[in-house]
Design a protein around this ligand. Structure first.
Ligand code: FCB
Length: 469
């Protein structure tokens, strides 16, 4: 019988961060302005009015952070390259200082035996490009490929894995559809266009990287199982619509070269159209990736809005468990599972959803290797008077998710690595500094790093290449 706890040799244990969330130094080194600078500085967008201006001061403390990773004995580190550091206006000449910063990161990782995993777009679009329409216009995909060419030429020999985009659903929907993220627009039609141009950007960038680097290229999606609240056909249909918008809208173009018909017709029924697709685009987007990156945080239970009252009466939806206003337009409501533990971001904890997701990806989409490029949790951590941060709930969370991932491997899914979100506490987008996801505590006033208990736990796991019993 296969050992339940031990991972395959060469399994990549990692941790992840993103540029705007940790770097700070937004005016240093020739960096241009990004949509997140603009968005976070406008009142009402981020909790407490927080911004990424200073955050973890990683730009200054990069050597210390590399040592921290060395101490953790990471196999891989996933970071993102800030486009406005490399190309301050989003077009035109490269900014050498920006490139040098990332060259330093990559060579510092290699010196410590850590594989650099570079994400090329983690949401920080140069503001001048947003002023010309951002991801809602096709030119942005072309500018993006140009920028990627600059990075690939500079770092191509040393990067171990390339990730074109992080979570295009968030860029398109949260950014252009509902305004929770930069650039803060609330126009679902623009969000449809952004989806297509992001995916096109991914496709164009993939070619450019392959020109300058032998390293595998993939994309990272945020995927979450959408579970019907009951076996009633209306609930099943609602869960399918929800799965369509979040998961299949990205998986289908990438692995089947088309947008899902049911999503296209459902959105058309409410007046939204995928009206920017040109001949040949889908074939480009649907070419094979070398791997798929999966960010997993949650699953959702979905009911049909027409069934909510009944669902409550039947008792499978607790009366107070409606998590969000029904997405009235499409008749879907997300309902809560009061029996599940929640995180500080109010997400339900469901490790089994990771196993089913990974198995589904293999069964329905691809045999390409999969990396879990983000998994982790915010709890209300606390630095005790002795200065320590004990976070047993995070350890339990990581343990359960890594175990769930191992079950997928045992079921034959080719999962090659796992990256904890995050190496350190950081700027959690619209939640500002109120949510701490790190293995490392950051004391924001001073920038001091403190290893949490989960850091030491993960270090032991990496050394054993196995879950502790
Ligand atoms: C993901 C983002 C990442 C981080 C985690 C908590 O959606 O990719 O930057 O904020 O959520």
């Amino acid at each position: 019988m296969a050992d339940k706890a031990t991972f395959p040799g060469g399994f990549l244990w990692g941790a992840a961060t993103a540029a705007y969330q940790i770097e700070g130094a937004v005016r240093d080194g020739g960096r241009g302005v990004s949509i997140w600078d603009t968005f976070s500085h406008a009142p009402g967008h981020v909790v407490n009015g927080d911004t990424g201006d200073v955050t973890c001061r990683h730009y200054e403390r990069v050597e210390e952070d590399l040592d921290l990773m060395g101490d953790l004995s990471l196999g891989a580190y996933r970071f993102s390259v800030a486009w406005p550091r490399v190309q301050p206006d989003g077009k035109g000449p490269a900014n050498q200082q920006g490139l040098d910063f990332y060259k330093g990161v990559v060579s510092g990782l290699r010196e410590r035996g850590i594989v650099p995993v570079a994400t090329l777009y983690h949401w920080d679009l140069p503001q001048p490009l947003e002023d010309e329409g951002g991801w809602t216009v096709r030119e942005t995909a072309e500018r993006y490929a140009e920028y990627v060419g600059i990075v690939a030429a500079a770092l191509g020999d040393e990067v171990g894995l390339w990730i074109t985009l992080n979570e295009p659903w968030c860029s398109a929907w949260l950014g252009y559809g509902v305004g929770m993220h930069a650039p803060g627009l609330t126009n679902p039609q623009l969000s449809m266009r952004a989806t297509h141009h992001l995916l096109l950007g991914h496709a164009l960038a993939t070619d450019v990287i392959r020109r300058d680097s032998k390293a595998p290229v993939g994309i990272t999606l945020n995927l979450a199982p959408q579970i019907p609240a009951s076996d009633h056909p209306l609930d099943i249909a609602a869960a399918q619509r929800s799965d369509g918008g979040l998961n299949r809208m990205y998986l289908d173009p990438l692995f089947k070269a088309s947008y899902p018909d049911d999503v296209v017709s459902a959105t058309e029924s409410v007046g939204l159209r995928m009206d920017v697709v040109r001949d040949g685009d889908m074939a480009l987007i649907g070419r094979p990736v070398d791997f798929l990156g999966v960010n997993y945080y949650m699953s959702h239970v979905v009911a049909s809005t027409a069934r909510l009252a009944e669902a409550r009466q039947a008792g499978y939806v607790a009366p107070d468990s409606l998590l969000s206003e029904p997405t009235a337009l499409l008749g879907m409501a997300q309902v809560g599972r009061p029996w599940l533990q929640r995180t500080a971001t109010d997400w339900e904890i469901d490790p089994a959803g990771l196993t089913s997701l990974l198995v589904r990806l293999r069964d329905e989409y691809t045999n390409a290797p999969i990396y879990v490029t983000e998994s982790g949790v915010a709890f209300y951590d606390y630095q005790d008077p002795s200065g320590s941060v004990h976070d047993p709930a995070r350890i339990a969370y990581l343990h359960a998710h890594i175990k769930a991932l191992k079950e997928a491997i045992d079921a034959g899914v080719d999962v090659r690595g796992y990256f904890v979100w995050s190496l350190m506490d950081n700027f959690e987008w619209a939640e500002g500094y109120s949510k701490r996801f790190g293995l490392t505590w950051v004391d924001y006033p001073t920038g001091k790093r403190v290893r949490k208990d989960s850091f030491e736990w993960y270090k032991r796991l990496i050394a054993a290449n196995a879950l502790p019993s």
